[in-house]
Design a protein. Structure first.
Length: 552
């Protein structure tokens, strides 16, 4: 094989890394902080042991929290770009390390195809497009680095592997599967080198145990007898989904759980081929067993902690699942090298497989862009209402229009803004924002200020009104621009007749997204709108069959 042919896979890998890196940054360029990241930004700003070591949803996240604290102090909170740059860099490093691991076993071309499949793994969009998931990516990077260090089979490699495993644990519990790989590796080499190398796994495991005894044991756990007994089905679906994701056939992870029909069929065929191979040539390469232990631990630990939202086909599980499928494949195919025809076929199949994944990434970008609009609009409303908002006011899904801000309370958020700047829409940006964001800002404002009404029954007087009143004809103001009202008190006088309804808008156009309680005929309602930091008036819509008056 000539020099150009040998260098071609490396050149193509470099091109793939560059293209995917640029594509990822383009896809995430306009996105802001999302979902669980707000727990780090709002609740873990102080540099304390508890802030770093407290579990997140029962998981260890020491290094991701430390990175978030560093980024807050270096870049503030006005933009999430540094997070996305870091995520992109880590994804590229993980793919490169996978390439190195596979190349040692199956050559450069198959290693290239595996790395490209991982880079374009659309079903794993949560990991590829959400910086919070550096917890998984970090464990993968240092877990593969540990496996590569163990390939050295010397003291320096062992020390490096131990250090890498410590860091893998610091990112997430995905370090546990790689610790299982290390333990199996040590067991395999016990006769030649004894158990004096046990520190390789013992030190990281001891540090993790110390964390669990100090902080982790208090976290909620979903481990149950039911989950243990149901784990084989969970694992089978998880493996099938990972296989289907890699080949581009099971990709619909945007709309809830997916049935990995194609992955299940392909997995059956692969198992049959493996059994046939074992009958002809029994045995596995020694490197297979550590990876098999890691993969088994990964899927069964996921199964033991099954809960709503933790289905085996969930997007965030596909990244690690695909990694283990590729690592296992590299060991099972060890020594295989592709012919020129095989390279062409492999290249064609790889390009076909990544197509659906790229479509999923594009669709996921749209979903995250929508969440960015809600996030920036909701937070902009909080800042507008900062004079009067209750510090304990929370952006629940019912108020925020999205579950992504459940970790945000007004007091903590506004304090963070004072220290690190704001990622929210300014009032001027709100006026140019997509309509769903403007609508949601009005809803949040109405609750955060808060807007309130008091109605006096039977208080209407035909002699009322005055120079500060606007008459509303029978039929109300529906279909018009509404009546401008500013902060303070506004009186709505409804003449006798059927009940009337009142609704408001401020930034929204074309609709009035903020309803009030309304009032029966013959009543007077006092609408109270606390003053805030924006001079833009609200617009009031009165829907009544009888005449009414709106008075300052």
């Amino acid at each position: 094989m000539d020099s150009m042919t040998r260098k071609a896979p490396l050149a193509l890998l470099a091109a793939a890394l560059l293209v995917v890196g640029v594509l990822t940054l383009v896809l995430t360029a306009e996105l802001t902080f999302y979902q669980d990241t707000w727990d780090y930004l709002i609740n873990r700003r102080a540099i304390t042991a508890d802030s770093l070591l407290m579990p997140h949803s029962e998981h260890i996240v020491v290094i991701p929290v430390a990175i978030e604290q560093l980024f807050l102090r270096l870049f503030g909170m006005t933009t999430a770009l540094p997070e996305y740059v870091l995520l992109t860099a880590m994804l590229l490093v993980a793919a490169f390390l996978l390439f190195v691991y596979m190349r040692r076993r199956v050559g450069s071309w198959l290693a290239l195809f595996g790395a490209v499949l991982l880079l374009c793994l659309g079903p794993a969009w949560e990991v590829l497009l959400w910086p919070f998931e550096i917890c998984f990516v970090g464990s993968v990077i240092f877990g593969i680095a540990m496996l590569l260090a163990l390939d050295r089979n010397d003291r320096r490699g062992d020390i490096a592997a131990c250090a890498f495993l410590v860091v893998a644990f610091g990112f997430s519990e995905l370090g546990i599967p790689f610790a299982a790989a290390g333990a199996v590796y040590l067991f395999q080499g016990r006769r030649e080198r004894g158990l004096g190398r046990a520190y390789l796994v013992a030190v990281p495991a001891a540090l993790y145990a110390a964390w669990w005894l100090g902080w982790g044991h208090d976290a909620e756990s979903h481990l149950s007898l039911h989950n243990v007994l149901a784990s084989p089905e969970w694992v089978a679906n998880g493996v099938a989904m990972a296989v289907g994701s890699l080949v581009g056939l099971d990709t619909n992870t945007l709309n809830g759980p997916t049935d990995p029909v194609w992955g299940r069929a392909i997995l059956v065929v692969l198992v049959a081929v493996l059994i046939h191979r074992q009958l002809r040539k029994p045995g596995f390469p020694s490197g297979f067993w550590p990876v098999a232990a890691a993969a088994t631990a990964n899927w069964f630990l996921g199964a033991f902690n099954q809960a709503p939202g933790r289905d085996p086909t969930a997007s965030r599980y596909q990244y690690a699942g695909a990694i283990f499928v590729l690592l296992l494949s590299a060991n099972l195919l060890q020594g295989v090298r592709l012919s020129k025809r095989g390279v062409l076929i492999g290249a064609a199949l790889t390009l076909i497989a990544i197509g659906p994944g790229l479509v999923v990434l594009k669709e996921a970008k749209g979903k995250l862009q929508e969440q960015t609009v809600f996030t920036r609009a909701d937070l902009g409303a909080l800042e507008i209402a900062k004079r009067t908002v209750d510090p304990n006011f929370g952006l629940t899904p019912e108020v925020a229009g999205t579950p992504s801000l459940v970790n945000v309370t007004a007091g903590q958020y506004l304090t963070a803004v004072d220290e690190y700047g704001s990622p929210a829409y300014s009032p001027a940006e709100l006026l140019r924002a997509p309509e769903q964001g403007r609508r949601q800002a009005d809803i949040v404002l109405s609750q955060a200020l808060p807007i309130s009404t008091v109605t006096r029954l039977g208080a209407y007087s035909s002699d009322g009104g005055g120079e500060n009143c606007v008459s509303v004809p029978a039929g109300g103001t529906s279909g018009t621009s509404g009546i401008p009202v500013s902060g303070g008190l506004t009186r709505i006088e409804v003449s006798p007749g059927p009940p009337a309804s009142f609704s408001l808008r401020r930034f929204a156009v074309g609709e009035y997204p903020v309803p009030t309680k309304g009032a029966p005929g013959g009543s007077v309602t006092v609408l109270r709108i606390p003053p805030d930091s924006v001079s833009r008036p609200w617009h009031l819509d009165v829907d009544a069959r009888q005449p009414a008056r709106v008075c300052r």
